[in-house]
Design a protein around this ligand. Structure first.
Ligand SMILES: Cc1ncc(COP(=O)(O)O)c(C=O)c1O
Length: 376
């Protein structure tokens, strides 16, 4: 049976184009959650050993998806913002240190760095309204730059940065490289070795088709011991589970960033979603999403709309943001919502974000509701 039809059972009246916000779960994820709930109800933690194996497998799946050297570099945290905070508050700052971010960042990847201002840290915001954003970002590096933190794909414009180029410049100049990859992992191939990122974070509820509240945090091996810890508990120690022991040391792996009980329900859900992504294959997911994004762009332009997101194919991932000149954008957004087109209002336009399984009929219907005259 066609995997798309068997895995995605969205209500037929919906045009779901909001994967850059929160994704619906595949059927196998719904089943995994139901099964976990039933097992809890009937057996409590009786099969905890098996649950732990699922947790280990999830770390391996995430390692595979981003091409990390080992699953010991993967921590499971609450969300992207928490992982960014682990990095920001794990580094040892001196007054005058600089952090570089871009002007298009989602608030999570700005606020956390701005919060370091009382320590004398300066945040340099690079203007991205340029034909050469990577060059602009790299040119901003100075001898005071300690860290550069960007989103792999910007949440509003959908701009996909050339991470390999930025990562190489960071490496050459001794700058730590942090990537908020929530808008690319699960939709676009991501290779942590190729881009030489030191830290990568991404919550599971967008392109990874998982639940909210469970995020991947990649910490390159040589950084694991260099980040100071701010949260402590039974789960982050090397001898986890040896409760009688009075001495302790932090785990050698990235588990040291996970202070207490894991989100087992989320782990079972994300594990199921990841199995689908890996089964379909990330390159084939990306190819399919790229075709849908192209289809949307061509049709919006043909119908007289303006594309606010990236026009160049190599700068895109799964986001198309657009508007029609002179139109009340909030009224258009309300009209789309009322007609079951689930999308978002971002960057001064309507943001559509299809995933690999989104049928063309859904794209066509959503486009019709995007141009239909609004009642004034
Ligand atoms: C680029 C980007 N970073 C971070 C977040 C927020 O992530 P979290 O809720 O996992 O902290 C979002 C959510 O829209 C986002 O688009």
């Amino acid at each position: 049976m066609d995997i798309n039809a068997s895995e995605f059972t969205l209500s037929e009246e919906l045009c779901y184009l909001n994967h850059a916000a929160i994704s619906p779960w595949p059927k196998r994820t719904v089943d995994a959650v139901k099964c976990f709930a039933e097992e809890n109800g009937s057996n409590g933690s009786r099969y905890y050993e098996r649950w732990l194996k699922t947790e280990q497998r999830l770390r391996q799946q995430l390692q595979t998806l981003i091409g990390a050297a080992g699953s010991d570099e993967i921590a499971l945290l609450k969300n992207t913002s928490e992982a960014l905070s682990v990095v920001a508050y794990g580094l040892d700052w001196s007054a005058g240190d600089q952090v570089i971010i871009s002007s298009q960042e989602f608030p999570s990847n700005r606020i956390v760095w701005e919060s370091l201002r009382p320590l004398g840290v300066e945040v340099i915001t690079v203007d991205m309204e340029t034909a050469h954003p990577e060059r602009q970002i790299i040119d901003a590096i100075s001898e005071r730059t300690r860290l550069l933190s960007v989103s792999s794909v910007q949440y509003a414009t959908g701009l996909a940065l050339d991470l390999d180029r930025i990562g190489a410049a960071c490496k050459q100049q001794g700058v730590a490289f942090c990537v908020d990859a929530i808008q690319s992992i699960g939709v676009k191939p991501f290779d942590v070795e190729a881009c030489q990122a030191d830290f990568v974070m991404a919550d599971g509820h967008k392109w990874m088709l998982g639940p909210e509240g469970l995020a991947l945090f990649y910490c390159r091996r040589e950084w694991i011991e260099r980040l100071s810890l701010k949260q402590y508990g039974w789960h982050m120690v090397e001898a986890m589970g040896d409760y009688d022991r009075s001495d302790w040391q932090p785990a050698a792996s990235a588990r040291r960033f996970e202070c207490g009980s894991p989100n087992m329900l989320g782990i079972h859900a994300l594990h199921a979603s990841m199995s689908l992504l890996l089964q379909v294959g990330i390159q084939s997911i990306f190819d399919s999403v790229s075709d849908k994004v192209q289809y949307l762009i061509d049709n919006i332009i043909n119908r007289g709309g303006m594309i606010l997101s990236e026009a160049e194919p190599e700068r895109r991932a799964g986001i198309v943001t657009f508007r029609f000149d002179g139109e009340d954008i909030e009224a258009r957004y309300r009209h789309l919502q009322e007609n079951g087109v689930i999308c978002a209002l971002r960057g001064g336009g309507i943001r559509f974000s299809p995933h690999f399984y989104t049928p063309e009929t859904v794209l066509r219907r959503a486009l019709d509701f995007s141009v239909k005259r609004l009642n004034s």
